[in-house]
Design a protein. Structure first.
Length: 149
């Protein structure tokens, strides 16, 4: 997992060939006022889910993992608490991995929580189990999906 700010995204853009493209797009568009939904950048290789969701209680959120995609969660408005646990520590499977949705869910408790505010991002890899959208009120965020090949 990598935590950063959009202002300093250049520090991580060399880690994946599609990171720079994603950050450049985010920085050059007003996505807070954009239509919600999927934004296609490179088909299934790189796309953004622009979302508005109600925050959930910490005790009600579960951990998720992905195998085919790296996620970059970018805060647009509100405040989000983001839980994390190394995937190798997962023990309590709730929903087995499904190839078509690239998700598995676990009921283990995160070992770490961070608070994200507008302009913050967190990058999660397949080895990062994460519990997003913990908070109160409306959370406006982007989830960039970058396929691993």
């Amino acid at each position: 997992m990598i935590l950063g700010t959009l202002q300093n995204s250049q520090q991580v853009e060399s880690l994946n060939p599609l990171f720079k493209q994603a950050f450049d797009y985010i920085k050059s568009h007003n996505l807070l006022d954009a239509e919600l939904g999927r934004i296609e950048l490179e088909g299934d290789l790189l796309f953004i889910n622009n979302s508005a969701v109600q925050g959930v209680k910490k005790e009600d959120q579960i951990l998720e993992i992905h195998r085919r995609y790296i996620d970059i969660h970018v805060m647009l408005s509100g405040e989000e608490i983001f839980g994390w646990l190394p995937a190798e520590k997962l023990k309590q499977l709730k929903t087995p991995f499904k190839e078509d949705t690239d998700f598995a869910f676990y009921t283990d408790q995160p070992s770490t929580y961070l608070t994200l505010v507008p302009g913050d991002f967190v990058i999660v890899y397949p080895e990062d189990a994460h519990a997003p959208i913990i908070g109160q009120g409306l959370i406006r965020k982007l989830v960039v999906k970058i396929r691993l090949d």
